[in-house]
Structures are given as C-alpha cells and as structure tokens.
Design a protein around this ligand. Sequence first.
Ligand code: NAP
Length: 473
Amino acid sequence: MSDQRAVRIGTESVTTAESLVVVSPFDGHEIGRVPRCGPEHVEAAIAAAKARLAEPLPPWRRAEILDAAAVAVAAHRDELATIIAEESAKPIRTARVEAERTVITFQSAAVEARTLVGEIVPVDGAQPGEGKLAFTLRVPRGVVAAISPFNFPLNLVAHKVAPAIAAGCPMVLKPASQTPFSAIRLSEILMDECGLPAGWLNVVTGSGGTVGDPLVEHPDIAAITFTGSPEVGWGIAAKAAEKHVGLELGNNAPVIIEPSGDWSTAAAKISVAGFSHAGQSCISTQRVYVHRDIVDRFTEALVPKVEALVVGDPLDEATDVSSLISPKETDRVRGWIDEAVAGGAKVLAGGELEGGVLRPTVLANVTPDMEVCRSEVFGPLVGIIAYDDFDDAVKQANDTRYGLQAAVFTADLDTALRASYELDFGGVLVNEVPTFRTDQMPYGGVRDSGNTKEGPHYAVREMTRERLVIIQR
Ligand code: NAP
C-alpha cells in the first residue's frame, strides 16, 4: 500500500490493508489515502499513550515543545494551509488564517504549561484545620481521547493537542475522516521537529462508527474532548458516563441589530461572518434579527456585498466561498432553502449553484418554524427576521436548542447590558458578530452547543484534576 499515508502509533508508522480514500469536496478528485484503523489500532494507541504516563514530561519541557510547535507551524504555514484547503475546500486565504491561528493556540498553551497552578486552601479558617497548610496540585487526568471535526482540521486539532501537552496528558487523536491530512501532518511536525516523544500523540484514522466506540469506551481513557455535532457528542457522553467528557457542539448563531446600532458596519461584517468557509463554522452568523425601522437599509447594504463574493476553487486566491464538505450537504441546504421559500421566505441573493458550489444566500421573511432558523444550517446562508421590539428579538434569539455565541449591535449602553444579561449563550458580543473568536478566550456553549470551554487556559483545566494536599505543621 505504497500510496497510503501512515499514522503514528507509539514508535510505529502504521498503515493498514484497507485504505480510507479522501476526495476533494470541490471536484471529487482523490487527494490521498489513510489507514482504515480498527479496534486493534485503538488498543495499540491507548497502550502507547498509557505507557507515557510512567515517564511524565516536566512542565518546562512541555512548554519548550509547545513553543517549538508555534515556531514550526508558522514555518509550515503555507504547506498546512494548502492541506486544509484541499481536504476541506476552505478557501486558501481563509486556510492561511487558520494556520496562523494555530500558532497562537500553541503559544497560548505554552503559557499554560509554564503557569499551571493549584491554590492555597485556607483550611485553618475553621478550627479543626488549625496548624495545617493545604493546597491543591493540578495533575494530569490521564490518557485523553480527542475527536475532531472537519471544519477546522488543523486549529481544532491544535485546541485539543496543545492543552493536552500543556496538561501532561498523552493522547489518542481521531480526526474527521474527510480531513485527516492536516492532523497527520501536525503530528509529524510535533514529533519530528518539536521534540514531542513518540507515544504522546497517537493518531487513529477510520470512521467514527468503527473506531469511536472502542476509543471512548476504553477503561484506560480518562478524559474525552470532542468537537462535532450534538448527536454524536451526546451519544459519546452517554457511552462514557464515568469519564470526564468535554463537548463543543453546534449552533445557529443569532445577531440582533438595533436602530441605534451601526447597521452598516454590521452588514459589512455579516457579509464575511455568514459565509466564511461556506458557513461551516459553529459560530457562523445565521439568524439576523433586524429592527423593522432599519431592515430595508440594512438589507440594501448587505445584499450587494454578498453578491460580490467570489465562488470557486478553494486553491484560487480570489475565492471567497467554495464547496460544502459533500454533495449530500449541498443537497440538504438547498432542500432547506426550498422549504423556506415554500413557507414564504424570499431569496435576496444566491440560492443557486455555480459550478457545483452553492452561492452565498440571503433569505428574507424567515420565520421561527423554518429549518434555516431553528436548526444549524452549516452552509452559506443568513436569514433576516424583522422585529419591532427588543424584548421580542431577545426572546426569539434565545428560542433555540443551541447556545454558543450571540451578538447585538447597539449604541445604547442599557441595551448592551440587557443583552449581556438576557442572551442565554456561552458568549455575548456587543457591536461585533457572533462569529468572532480569538484562540485564547473561553469558548463554549450551553444546551446543545456543549458543556465545556476551550481555549488553552480553560482546556488545560479540563484535562487536569485538582489534588488536595494537607500538611501538618
Ligand atoms: P460530526 O459528524 O459529529 O463528526 C465529528 C467527529 O466525530 C468526526 O471525527 C467523526 O468521525 C467523529 N464521529 C462520528 N461518529 C462517531 C462515533 N460514533 N463515535 C466517535 N466519534 C464519532 O461533526 P462534523 O460534521 O465533523 O462537524 C460539524 C459539527 O461540528 C457542527 O455541528 C459544528 O457546529 C460542530 N462544531 C462545533 C465547534 C465548537 O467549538 N462548538 C467547532 C467546530 C464544529 P468521521 O469523520 O469518521 O465520521
């Protein structure tokens, strides 16, 4: 199997008799082949990771490796961006941004490795604790299983791998089957160029259905970090009830645009935030609630910008929007557009295919019962909903099974504060789109958007546990 790319499990470069064939989402050509791992490979990967627990890396060494990773990813930026663009159809300029963000993710994790601390516990604040010194240590939970999605095939892998290294947890990584090459290349860079010893990062490729259960149900896995759909995520949590399970799941991000807000800036930002990577971001701006007094002017500002987006080959420097991850997904989103139109929505831009790529789509007259409003579109589409009253807009924005990030545009401090308290999401942004993220901030949602926070500072705390130490003076 000469054309199969090997994965690293312990000290071995592993290939399998059968391959997983990866094709371009844009034009269907074969990009390459990776191993089709089975339960025996999962077993070997977990054993290799577990063996590393006996030889822990000191925090300064973890920090050195993470610093080296930041430098190496920066040096490999263009190579990594091309891999991302090919396997996920992310336009190359956006793919470069993902590679650059990955540098920050590693830099932030290096800071955590250097500064991870417990706390002094004032046990002598109660009479029985008199004469005792107490503190907590943060210790690695053990072997971490990381399962990542297709939409940020490098940086969302880094959001699991980098904190695990900082926390001192060896890991087994299962990347999305559509996008394994970014993860495989990152693992090679970490081990060959950054000094990460073999066994700390073991990669198993193969379908979630085949390798998922043996991985998440294995007794030697202490913690699971998962990013992907709610259906798969909650299923994993149910199967691994006794483990620490962190879930980063879907969303249908709302933004409220008040008459006092800078609706022109909002339109410009949404023309990017709703369509970057064809809307396949968990915080893609999707539901746009615009006050009726400004809805026409806002729409007139937004639509030409969306129509001007360039659709095409992800490797073309001019491309703004390329294919969805599969023709099936394109069909699904088109079906949802048809359903919305049948229900009274109006297509203001897009809606049709151009060279197999769904054009960036703006719908007006969207109502809460439509799939494009109540579900996660995960496609290049924003829906405009006019409102009369701020309370009603907040109520509609909150009326969702998801809860990752939401936003408001307003010039009024009281409205901004009310939005901050009343929008029931993991993050609320004021005068910014809900799609905004930096890699060190706490990022995570409520309800079907998940149960944890990522960002190295927070993920390291998920991957470590506190051990209380009490010393009698
Ligand atoms: P997905 O279908 O849930 O897949 C995610 C990962 O889970 C893939 O590696 C997949 O492997 C694996 N998997 C599938 N079935 C499994 C099983 N039974 N056991 C264990 N693993 C299994 O999600 P996706 O389509 O790749 O990603 C899109 C979703 O991710 C969207 O809902 C999006 O909002 C969400 N997302 C959330 C965040 C966040 O931070 N909140 C960030 C990015 C994306 P295969 O590829 O082999 O099926």
